[in-house]
Design a protein around this ligand. Structure first.
Ligand code: SAH
Length: 267
């Protein structure tokens, strides 16, 4: 108990920044004298622990942005701010919490993955978003990329093939009060014609060819960012529509999970 008391006081010290004067007084009092009952004691421990942990995540996010994203050339301030603001650890599985800000993709269940932070930032920057723009994402997955998009675009439409993933992402995004994200469960190959055209389209699963419906649903002057290719060998392409014509350029090699239809066949 004495050890726990000391530990708690240390945690409170760190998280609440007590003055030295107050601390001397507090440390000299025994738990009994302070009349802190067990529940208050536990609440204090938990409060202090959570406070420290969230400070830890904030520091990890700052480091992620500097070392993984800015250092590799992403320079759009709004994108960097969004990457620093959105709490990536809320979108990963419990068992990967301590790796939420690592420089790699992570499993999100159902054999799918949340992309590496740098790739999320790069693809977002390539879309050239602002609050007047409407963007379509294919492959909601954890909902993390959708949250980043929602920080920058006016409206975000996102489609997920796997029911459980789409519902889980919807719950997290609702909790975070993103009122400009609209989720649909279904086959994103078909796009979302009712809400087209889109100023930006981002595809976070990989087809072997650019889906025709997505080409049609891209607005004039719009930008599509899409990984194209066979499993393991894909190129991240940027496609722009100018006077009805599509112009495509390759950006870098990437590795995304395949785009599939409702029967599980790869596109
Ligand atoms: N953007 C996500 C990562 C997506 S992983 C994030 O931020 O977490 C790719 C996702 O695409 C998977 O969830 C997979 O189920 C989904 N997917 C694959 N084929 C699809 C299709 N035809 N339509 C919609 N989603 C699809």
């Amino acid at each position: 108990m004495q050890y726990l008391t000391k530990l708690t006081l240390n945690l409170i010290k760190k998280s609440l920044n007590f003055t030295c004067y107050k601390l001397v007084i507090v440390e000299n009092l025994s738990m009994k004298a302070m009349k802190i009952n067990k529940i208050t004691f536990l609440v204090l421990i938990m409060h202090s622990f959570c406070n420290l942990q969230s400070q830890d995540y904030t520091a990890k996010r700052e480091k992620m942005v500097k070392k993984q994203i800015e250092a590799r050339g992403v320079s759009d301030k709004d994108v960097l701010n969004a990457m620093e603001k959105v709490e990536r650890h809320l979108f990963v599985l419990q068992e990967y919490l301590d790796r939420a800000y690592d420089d790699c993709p992570l499993p999100i269940g159902e054999g799918q993955t949340i992309s590496q932070p740098y790739i999320v930032a790069l693809m977002t920057e390539l879309l050239e978003l602002n609050k007047k723009k409407k963007v379509l994402e294919i492959g909601t997955g954890s909902g993390y990329q959708a949250a980043i998009l929602a920080e920058l675009a006016g409206e975000v439409y996102t489609i997920e093939l796997i029911d459980t993933l789409g519902k889980k992402a919807g719950k997290i995004l609702d909790k975070l009060s993103y009122s400009n994200i609209h989720i649909k469960i279904g086959d994103g190959y078909q796009g979302w014609p009712e809400n087209a055209p889109f100023d930006g389209i981002i595809v976070t699963c990989s087809p072997t060819k650019v889906p025709e419906p997505l080409k049609e649903q891209l607005a004039e002057g719009g930008i599509m960012v899409i990984p194209i290719g066979e499993h393991y060998v894909q190129e991240l392409a940027v496609i722009t529509k100018k006077e009805g014509k599509l112009i495509q350029r390759g950006v870098t090699g990437v590795r995304f999970v395949p785009m599939k239809d409702e029967k599980g066949n790869k596109y």
